[in-house]
Design a protein around this ligand. Structure first.
Ligand code: ZN
Length: 155
């Protein structure tokens, strides 16, 4: 291990590695983790990575990331590795699959879209491109880029 920030291994939980630098907070947001839930969380930002230059790492104790959550993480961290840890060992990996559909999480940027005018309407985007990410609103076809998705999640 390189010198600098040493983060100890976790006994049970999830380790998310290879998050693009600066996006660890967006990952926590996608998971709905605010810090008040009581999970012990280690967050390393801008760590050196031979593969990526710089990266973020997130370790969340006693919280197992579900497949559906892993899909949402893929939206903002397409090359992240998500390992489930039990008794200090990796017992599972979550596949990195961009969801075909994103329901409720994002906002349509078109002010006249029904989802911005009917309080009961739930936003619904389908994936039309993976790299770089592009989503389309099911109601008005407005496109969302990866930057917009990250901006909204952090916003
Ligand atoms: Zn729309």
């Amino acid at each position: 291990m390189k010198s600098g920030l040493i983060v100890s291994k976790i006994r049970n939980g999830t380790v998310i590695d290879h998050i693009p630098a600066g996006r660890a907070l967006a990952v926590l947001k996608v998971l709905g983790i605010k810090g008040i839930e009581g999970y012990r969380i280690a967050l390393v930002m801008n760590a050196e990575s031979s593969k990526m230059g710089k990266k973020d790492i997130l370790k969340i104790e006693d919280r197992e990331i579900e497949e559906k959550e892993a899909e949402l993480i893929t939206l903002i961290a397409p090359d992240a590795t998500i390992n489930i840890i039990k008794d200090y060992e990796v017992v599972g990996k979550r596949k990195q699959e961009i969801p075909q559909e994103v329901v409720g999480l994002l906002r349509c940027t078109n002010p006249s879209c029904i989802t911005n005018n009917d309080v009961e309407a739930v936003t619904r985007f389908r994936t039309i491109k993976r790299k770089p990410l592009q989503l389309a609103c099911e109601y008005c076809e407005t496109r969302l880029t990866e930057d917009e998705v990250v901006r909204q999640i952090l916003g």
